[in-house]
Design a protein around this ligand. Sequence first.
Ligand code: GRF
Length: 228
Amino acid sequence: MHMKLAVLVSGSGSNLQSIIDHVEAGHINAEIAVVFSNKEDAYGLTRASSHGIPTAVIRHTEYSDREQFDAAMVQVLKDHGADTIALAGFMRMLTPVFLNAFPMRVINIHPALLPSFPGTHGQRDAADFGVRLAGCTVHFVDEKMDHGPVIIQAATPVAPGVDGDTLAGQILRLEHRIYPQALAWLADGRISLDGRHVHIAGAEEPVCDTDGVGPFLVNPPLEKAFAS
Ligand code: GRF
């Protein structure tokens, strides 16, 4: 069955753009049924319209509580036939009213290597903390913020003294690769869950060398004497 995807955005929508591009290229067995935003000036809506994708807006400020806003969103997304929800820079927490309407069909991208640096400033928090490796995570959404089972992560080295904005740009380029990949697996029915553990049927396993050392990213790079 063809996956009918709703993408939820609050801002620029560069992840949305990457998803659109991969859907149009035939890499994801899905159609984007609707792009939804809680903000009518979200640039993601313009991106959607320019690709002929239906859009919908409901302002969260018009609802007195999260549950009522979520119920209104569920209605509009179901009206568009959506069966799977991709949060792409959507800046609202979801309640069980929403999550129970699409059980295990809501996924999110977060710009940090969860469970490190959840929240709205993951990249800046990572830069300020002084980590050597940063990255991003695609995960299922549950009731806790940036918490559900992890589907895929990508890591990248953090250059000395880099600021949060520069790091955010570096991470964003990885986001644009891993989010469409996760959606392609979901669309093909290749993802299953065992508690928190996500299994991806047919995904390549990391290959270890003869000493049993797997592929790794180290930053700063090891000097020669320590590298083997
Ligand atoms: C991304 O960094 C995403 O990880 C976070 O919000 C940002 C959205 O960027 N959740 P964009 O709107 O996709 O450009």
